[in-house]
Design a protein. Structure first.
Length: 118
């Protein structure tokens, strides 16, 4: 399964950005899709998760500001980021847990830079 992330950029504090993660491959089933982020000098952290059933979870730092959603027909997952803060500046990565037949594995997309200026 290949993941393609897009939508990063530069925005002022209080602004919004929308990230998208498109999955491609053959005959796979996504179990859950996650967005992680990694700021300079910090560990990668989990930001948001959406399961195949639509259940969502968020890091406390983004609750109420970020929304993760999925389009099953298009095999894409979006991360709508509102009320952005400078501390949201990071490289954002999409990650998916998936299964194919009896095999389970995971994939990472390439990172997309989000920079929030104060």
């Amino acid at each position: 399964v290949q993941l393609q992330a897009s939508g990063g950029g530069l925005v002022q504090a209080g602004g919004s950005l929308r990230l998208s993660c498109a999955a491609s491959g053959r005959d796979f089933n996504i179990i859950a899709t996650n967005w992680y982020r990694q700021a300079p000098g910090k560990e990668r952290e989990l930001v948001a998760t959406i399961t195949s059933g639509g259940a969502t979870t968020y890091a406390d730092s983004v609750k109420g500001r970020f929304t993760i959603a999925r389009d099953n027909a298009a095999n894409t997952v979006s991360l709508q980021m509102d009320s952005l803060k400078p501390e949201d500046t990071a490289v954002y990565y999409c990650h998916a847990n998936w299964r194919y037949d009896f095999m389970r594995s995971f994939s990472w997309g390439q990172g997309t830079q989000v920079t929030v200026s104060s």
